[in-house]
Write a protein that binds this ligand. Structure first.
Ligand SMILES: NC(=O)c1ccc[n+]([C@@H]2O[C@H](COP(=O)([O-])OP(=O)(O)OC[C@H]3O[C@@H](n4cnc5c(N)ncnc54)[C@H](O)[C@@H]3O)[C@@H](O)[C@H]2O)c1
Ligand SMILES: N[C@H](C(=O)O)[C@H](O)COP(=O)(O)O
Length: 328
């Protein structure tokens, strides 16, 4: 099995976490090969800063650095938009490799979205970019906490004022179908139970506090149930993430980024994995960002990247096995 790891924003914690995580992963998964994409001199420099013997790791024959030259020198914590195309090139190369079958899965370290946007690259997140570049009609971002819960998002990196207009019954139904399908494929859950959140306070309070819950979300839940999925809701988001509500649930579908993710990050920051559903390739990532304040210090926790690598390996192994028939 071969896993590609993109090291992300060179000024962030991605490069140092990548070498640390690969070092640990080589011990944990002795049958897996790792291709680490980045500027090889930068990776050697960051490896030395966190006491990883990068040369020895590569000498095992199980770790390869796939070189992409930095466009400008990079210092920890110092963003430079000149490197935006470097960051994108890492991602493009890894996606191409995953699509061609060269890599069984793709694991991404964090990048700084703003740096790509400053270079006029239309990029709001890996999730959206991966959907577009792999030709997927829709991708769903799902974060899965270690021993907690999973939360997927109906909308991703969107200004809050645009969320309502972006929600529609057909799109929600498609997101539910993707979540249902990939929970079966990726996690071998026979009949996934998906709880759907409302958008407005108290799921609209019978329509007095907003209409989307009744007019847009409820019909999507009904449609999913008619198609045989165990979708339930819409539930008021303020109490949806309580242990009693989450008991027995396989995933929550939240309506927007900061409705779903803060709950998971409160419960399991550093111990969860970002998994993109709906793609023709396996992609996982960390639950945190570039942490410029920690870059180069060796104090950043590689736990989420380790979990992302572990999840990618597990999912890729499951996807290699013959699949049960999808629902009609
Ligand atoms: N997968 C991704 O590419 C991804 C994910 C999330 C955020 N981001 C990007 O990262 C940038 C910075 O985002 P942010 O500041 O909102 O969030 P952040 O996660 O980078 O930082 C938030 C806080 O968590 C701490 N932190 C983050 N990772 C840590 C780790 N591994 N160990 C210990 N502490 C850690 C940071 O020091 C900071 O105090 C943004 O541009 C955002 O778009 C990228
Ligand atoms: N929304 C994610 C988070 O906050 O953890 C993060 O921005 C990464 O998203 P992409 O995987 O789409 O880049």
């Amino acid at each position: 099995m071969k896993i590609a790891i993109t090291t992300g924003e060179p000024a962030g914690i991605g490069p140092e976490l990548s070498v640390q995580a690969v070092q640990a992963a080589c011990v944990e998964w002795p049958d897996v090969h790792f291709t680490v994409l980045g500027d090889c001199a930068l990776l050697a420099e960051r490896a030395a800063a966190v006491q990883v013997d990068w040369t020895a790791l590569q000498a095992t024959g199980r770790v390869a650095c796939q070189h992409e030259a930095l466009r400008a020198r990079s210092a920890p914590g110092q963003l430079n938009a000149a490197n935006s195309h470097y960051v994108l090139a890492l991602l493009d190369r890894a996606i191409d490799g995953a699509l061609s079958g060269e890599f069984d899965a793709l694991v991404t370290a964090p990048l700084q979205k703003r740096i790509l946007l400053e270079a006029d690259i239309p990029f709001t997140g890996h999730t959206e970019y991966l959907a577009q570049r792999t030709g997927a009609a829709r991708a769903v971002m799902m974060l899965a906490g270690r021993r907690t819960f999973r939360v997927a998002l109906a909308t991703t990196h969107l200004p809050l004022k645009e969320v309502s207009a972006a929600l529609n019954t057909g799109g929600l139904l498609e997101s539910l179908r993707i979540i249902d399908m990939d929970l079966r494929r990726y996690f071998e859950i026979a009949a996934p139970r998906i709880l759907v959140s409302g958008l407005n306070p108290h799921a609209g309070e019978g329509g007095y506090l907003g209409h989307e819950d009744i007019e847009v979300i409820a019909p999507a839940v009904s449609g999913a149930r008619e198609a045989g999925m165990d979708a339930r809701g819409p539930y008021p988001a303020d109490t949806l993430f309580t242990p009693r509500m989450l008991d027995g649930a396989d995933c929550v579908l939240a309506m927007y980024h900061d409705q779903g993710l803060p709950t998971l990050k409160y419960a399991a920051f550093g111990k969860s994995v970002n998994i993109t559903l709906g793609l023709p390739i396996v992609r996982t990532s960390v639950d945190h960002g570039t942490a410029l304040d920690l870059a180069g210090t060796g104090r950043a926790d590689p736990g989420s990247l380790m979990d992302a690598i572990g999840s990618a390996i597990e999912i890729a192994r499951r996807c290699r096995r013959p699949q049960p028939r999808n629902r009609p």
